[in-house]
Structure formats: structure tokens, C-alpha cells
Write a protein that binds this ligand. Structure first.
Ligand code: HEM
Length: 125
């Protein structure tokens, strides 16, 4: 609605452009980047606080708290960094201020099978 107002689009024109009730709204603040090639860009979220896409589809409380970064070991099932890389150079600790892995709890209540289907789809982007 805010965008329509900003661009002087009347309520009637807005209905034509977007019939029905919108399911999702942009936050108006932070624009998410395209998910094309997402399989290759771990770790995830703006602060790199989630090691795999699979973990991003879990509630924040279940996401890995510490994980190794700075290596090239890829987990093709969960789409991201493996969690048990040998001799990691650096462990990312999500309990440190600024490293939090909360938020983006979308798709976290999907049945496991649907999560895996979604992962397969994301691999194709
Ligand atoms: C099941 C549905 C969704 C999936 C599979 C999904 C997937 C993803 C992935 C993989 C990222 C990480 C991108 C990266 O780190 O480069 C991401 C980030 C993001 N997504 Fe989603 N998303 C979903 C739903 C949504 C919805 C509904 C919204 C908005 C209402 C949204 C907004 C965002 C934003 C703002 C970010 C950036 C967050 C950050 O960088 O901290 N997503 N999404």
C-alpha cells in the first residue's frame, strides 16, 4: 500500500495491479538479494551467521551456535558449509554481539519432506 501511495496509484488501480489479499509484504527497509546461485554462497544472512540453507529452514533456536568458516568443505545435502571441517582457521560464534542468527524464520514449520523438496528447488536456481 505504501508503495502504491508513493507512486500516486489509486486504490482502484492498485486492485487491478494486485488482486486479492497479498500474502507477503516487503519490509520497506532491507531488500533481499536474488536467490540465484544461493547454493554456492554460504554462510547465509547478512552477517553470515547460518552455515547451510537447511539450517536457515530451522527455527533460530535449532541453528548451529558455532561453526567453522574459512574453508571450502561443502555439504551438498544441506547446501552450505560442513560443520566438522578439520583444523578450521576460524570458528564463527553466533552468541557474540553482531553475529546473531535469529530472524528469517520462514519455512521453519514445514514437514521435513517439504523442506528437502524446497532445498532441491533452491539448488536449481
Ligand atoms: C520459505 C520461504 C523462504 C526461503 C526459502 C527464503 C530463502 C532465503 C535465503 C536462502 C536467504 C539467504 C540469502 C543470503 O544469505 O544471501 C534469504 C534471505 C532473506 N530473505 Fe528469505 N526466504 C524465504 C522467505 C522470505 C520472506 C517471506 C521474506 C520477506 C517477508 C524474506 C526476506 C528475506 C530477507 C530480507 C533476507 C535477507 C536477510 C539477511 O541478509 O539477513 N524471505 N532468504
Amino acid at each position: 500500500m505504501v508503495l502504491f501511495q508513493q507512486h500516486s496509484i489509486s486504490p482502484d488501480q492498485a486492485k487491478e495491479l494486485e488482486p486479492g489479499t497479498p500474502q507477503w509484504r516487503a519490509t520497506g527497509g532491507y531488500v533481499a538479494r536474488s536467490l540465484a546461485g544461493i547454493w554456492s554462497t554460504a554462510p547465509f544472512l547478512h552477517n553470515g551467521s547460518v552455515p547451510t540453507v537447511y539450517d536457515l529452514l530451522q527455527p533460530a533456536a535449532k541453528r548451529p551456535v558455532r561453526f567453522p568458516v574459512g574453508h571450502r568443505e561443502f555439504d551438498p545435502k544441506k547446501l552450505g558449509f560442513i560443520l566438522d571441517a578439520p583444523n578450521p582457521d576460524f570458528m564463527l560464534d553466533t552468541t557474540i554481539q553482531g553475529n546473531g542468527n535469529e530472524g528469517h524464520e520462514f519455512g521453519v514449520n514445514l514437514p521435513e519432506e517439504s523442506e528437502l523438496d524446497l532445498l532441491e528447488y533452491l539448488k536449481s536456481l
